[in-house]
Ligand binder design. Structure first.
Ligand SMILES: [Zn+2]
Ligand SMILES: [Zn+2]
Length: 313
């Protein structure tokens, strides 16, 4: 493990005095060896509980090169699942972010002997992500997320399910934000979304795993990952992540209870029925299921064409 601040403690699981960590959210002192087992078991239980996928499924794992998706790929491999890595390079040049991230993903694929597909943003759009966000007048993270979801869905014809590295911190932050803005995101939010028409099945096996744990998992196993967050991340996403982290450090276990409480109440709040009632129609241009005539991806294409057209006049 790279970390210089080594801590030795009496592990609550194996009772031995070993190098370890105190997981505040569970009030648990645990040694590194027991932590790896704890981490894998939690993911395995989440996959089983929500029937995310089976051992013989063909699984695509979206890997950004950050600690969460890298940990996800490794743990699924360790658990014996058949996975392929998929990386979208968004061509973010600040801090060499995209270059470093892709390199880390390539290192991971080689080290773990995993198939890897790389998809480049510039193949799709003639402008970079910052300009794309400006043209569509949306936050960069929202545009980036939309594009990645779309591309992942389009490029996965041979796969049974798409897995993403969303953690408990991400899910709680998104949930909190959708309650503040009432943007209906919470209607569809769930650890697994079944296949629907042209929309592939999606699963979030780290939905009950804290970011502190994915980081520790990567560090103990010395996995290659980009430790720097995306330099363009900002706006409301970052704000809600910060709030979630503050709540977690003030009141350990509050965040897990918040998220589990929501999942438990989803049915009684009538949200499962409402999610089923959302009418999705195929996009007129590409066939992707959407609530409008054109999907967000095709709308962005149209806006960029218009913008470039006005520039060239
Ligand atoms: Zn132990
Ligand atoms: Zn479309």
């Amino acid at each position: 493990m790279k970390n210089s601040s080594r801590v030795f403690l009496r592990c609550r699981i194996c009772q031995e005095l070993k190098e370890g960590i105190k997981l505040k959210s569970y009030n648990l002192k645990i040694c590194h060896d027991c932590f790896l087992t704890f981490f894998r078991r939690r993911v395995q239980n989440t996959v089983a509980k929500f029937r995310m996928f089976k051992k013989d499924d063909n699984i695509l794992v979206a890997v950004s090169g950050g600690k969460d998706s890298v940990a996800l790929a490794k743990v699924l491999k360790d658990l014996g699942y058949r996975i392929t890595l998929f990386h979208v390079n968004c061509r973010i040049t600040e801090d060499n972010y995209s270059e470093i991230s892709q390199k880390k993903v390539e290192e991971l694929a080689e080290r773990e002997d995993l198939p890897l597909k790389i998809y480049s943003f510039e193949k799709e759009f003639p402008v970079d992500i910052k300009l794309a966000a400006k043209i569509s007048r949306r936050e960069i993270c929202a545009v980036c997320g939309m594009i990645k979801r779309y591309i992942l869905n389009r490029e996965t014809k041979d796969f049974d399910v798409i897995c993403t590295g969303h953690t408990l911190n991400d899910e709680a932050a998104n949930l909190l934000s959708s309650f503040i803005f009432w943007n209906d995101f919470f209607v569809r939010q769930y650890p697994v979304l079944e296949e629907k028409g042209s929309l592939k099945k999606r699963a979030k096996p780290l939905t009950f795993t804290f970011e502190q744990e994915t980081k520790l998992f990567c560090e103990i196993l010395a996995l290659p990952y980009n430790p720097n967050p995306c330099p363009l991340v900002g706006g409301s996403y970052l704000f809600f992540k910060k709030i979630v982290n503050e709540i977690e450090s003030e009141m350990p276990s509050a965040i897990i209870n918040f998220y589990k409480g929501f999942l438990k109440r989803k049915k009684s709040l009538g949200l499962i029925k409402r999610a089923e009632e959302i009418k999705l129609e195929p996009c007129e241009r590409c066939g992707y299921l959407t609530v409008a005539k054109l999907c967000n991806f095709c709308r962005l294409h149209e806006k960029i064409q218009k913008y470039l057209g006005t520039l060239h006049q």
